[in-house]
Ligand binder design. Structure first.
Ligand SMILES: [Zn+2]
Length: 164
């Protein structure tokens, strides 16, 4: 069976689907399943070839991961403005306590964030990473979040990490 091209599907390829099984074929032919922190670098450096099995309802398809930049962007190894809605710059951030917050002095509080720089938060993990680096914010990425560009995005964050 000839593998299909993941690159041909662009962002439609489900790089982060939980049931997707990655297969790494090393230079010496050794086959390992799954991926780890070093997979991207090994593939990029030509030390292995990366494939993935995408299980379907009736049949599974074998893909060759032939666009490693897309793989890296999907896994957050490389910043992706398109997926995340976030430019790679210092954001102009405004925040206020969310009206739903009943314990404004708690260690974690729900805030509402607005970005004046034109970005739209579509990926909280990516935003949290940027805000940690830019202003030291500690955003709880496992908590609920959401909102709209009009009313702002609500999220939980450690109160004492927030800059005014
Ligand atoms: Zn921005």
């Amino acid at each position: 069976m000839e593998p299909r091209s993941a690159a041909a599907l662009g962002t439609e390829f489900p790089y982060t689907l939980a049931t997707l099984c990655y297969i790494e074929v090393a230079e010496d032919g050794t086959v390992t399943h799954g991926k780890d922190a070093g997979t991207y670098e090994r593939a990029r450096d030509g030390k292995c070839r990366l494939f993935a099995v995408w299980p379907g309802e009736w049949a599974s398809h074998l893909f060759v991961i032939d666009d490693l930049d897309e793989y890296a962007r999907a896994h957050g190894l490389m910043h992706d403005p398109e997926r995340t809605g976030l430019a790679d710059h210092e954001h102009a951030v405004q925040w206020e306590l969310d009206p739903s917050e009943k314990k404004p002095m708690g260690s974690y509080i729900t805030i509402r964030v607005k970005l004046d720089c034109g970005c739209n938060i579509r990926d909280l993990d990516a935003f949290a990473k940027q805000m940690r680096a830019q202003q030291g914010w500690d955003i709880a990425t496992s908590s609920g979040w959401g909102g709209s560009s009009g009313s702002g995005t609500y999220m939980r964050a450690r109160r004492k990490s927030l800059t005014s």
